[in-house]
Every structure is written in C-alpha cells, then in structure tokens.
Design a protein around this ligand. Sequence first.
Ligand SMILES: Cc1cc2nc3c(=O)[nH]c(=O)nc-3n(C[C@H](O)[C@H](O)[C@H](O)COP(=O)(O)O)c2cc1C
Length: 186
Amino acid sequence: MKVLIVYASKYGSTEEVAEAIAEALTARGKHVDAHDAATAPSPDGYDAVVVGSGVYVGSWLKAAARYVEAHAAALRQRPVWLFGVGPLGAENPQPAEEPEQARKLVERVGARDYATLTGALDRDRLSLVDRMIARAVKAPDGDFRDWGAIRSFAHGVADALESDASAPIARGASVAPSASTLGGRS
Ligand SMILES: Cc1cc2nc3c(=O)[nH]c(=O)nc-3n(C[C@H](O)[C@H](O)[C@H](O)COP(=O)(O)O)c2cc1C
C-alpha cells in the first residue's frame, strides 16, 4: 500500500513531524513517500494521502493549502488525513481552537480526520516579522511536539487503512450483485 505524505514547513518542525509519521507508517508495512508541498507529486498512484502544514496566524502555509486545492479532485477519490502543527505550550497549548480553515479543508477533500499537533518555536531562528508577531501574541519559546500523539495519529491512519483493506467492499470491485438486487431488476 502506497501512502503519500505532503507537508509545508517554514522552520522545519512540521517537516520533522511528517518524517515521524512516515517512520511510523513504514514500520506498519506501508510504502511511504514524503514530499514538500511545493514540489510534491500528484496523489495519482497512491492509495492514501496525508497532508500537513505549520499553522501561521490561523492559516496553513500557502504551499500546503495550494496543494489541497490543486489536487482536490484526486484527493476526494482516496482516503485523506490532514494535520496542522501549531499550538504552543506544555500545559495548555494555545491557540486552543482549530483554525477555521481546517473545517473547510476537511470538507473540500472529504478528509477522514484533521489532527491538531503541538509545534515548536525557536525565537532566534524567526524572521523579524515572525518574531514581532510571536512577541505580540506572547507565543512561548520551546519544542512542545508530542511524539506520542504524533505516532498515535500515524497508527490511527494505518489502522484505518488496514480495516479498509479487510472490508469486503474494498477487496474486489467485481462483487457479484446480491440476490435481492437481481430480484429487484426482474
Ligand atoms: C509568526 C507566528 C505565527 C504563528 N501563528 C500560529 C497560529 O495562528 N496558530 C497556531 O496554532 N500556531 C501558530 N504558530 C506556531 C507555529 O505553527 C509553530 O511554531 C509550528 O511548529 C511551526 O511549524 P514549522 O516549524 O514547520 O514552520 C505561529 C508561529 C509564529 C512564529
């Protein structure tokens, strides 16, 4: 089973989250390709797709949002999971609410789930503008990524794919019509 992971990351923390998801899915026997959204291939040829982005001022990074929009039709035809990396803080990560965009993205591609995963912020690496925004919203400095939660999201994806594969409807496209269907036609 081939799984495509597409991510957008400004300072690298989402890229590392994508790598951890790839590792967990690979350990579950999936063939995984992970790509930056700016250069990612189309979903064609993949059985499932996971798309994620760092969240900035309530929005996904443009490359990830553009990928979802550009490939919406192909994404709708296969199982898709989305994740956003953003809230910061150890005790009570903020902002607590999912970005408004999350619901729209889920609806656009019929995603199975949207996971909000805590992120990381290293003030010293931020651009001047980002540093000013981070200061204005009092964003805490530190790495708050929860690798257990990241792995459990990945295992949820693997569980769902395995349960799809063992369901009769997914096993064969040529399922014989049931007697009641045939009866209805006569
Ligand atoms: C300028 C700035 C704005 C941010 N805005 C949000 C936000 O609106 N919501 C959120 O959940 N996280 C926000 N964050 C936190 C980032 O999403 C978090 O640091 C994430 O791990 C960054 O991912 P990246 O390293 O892949 O770019 C913001 C961070 C910065 C620096």
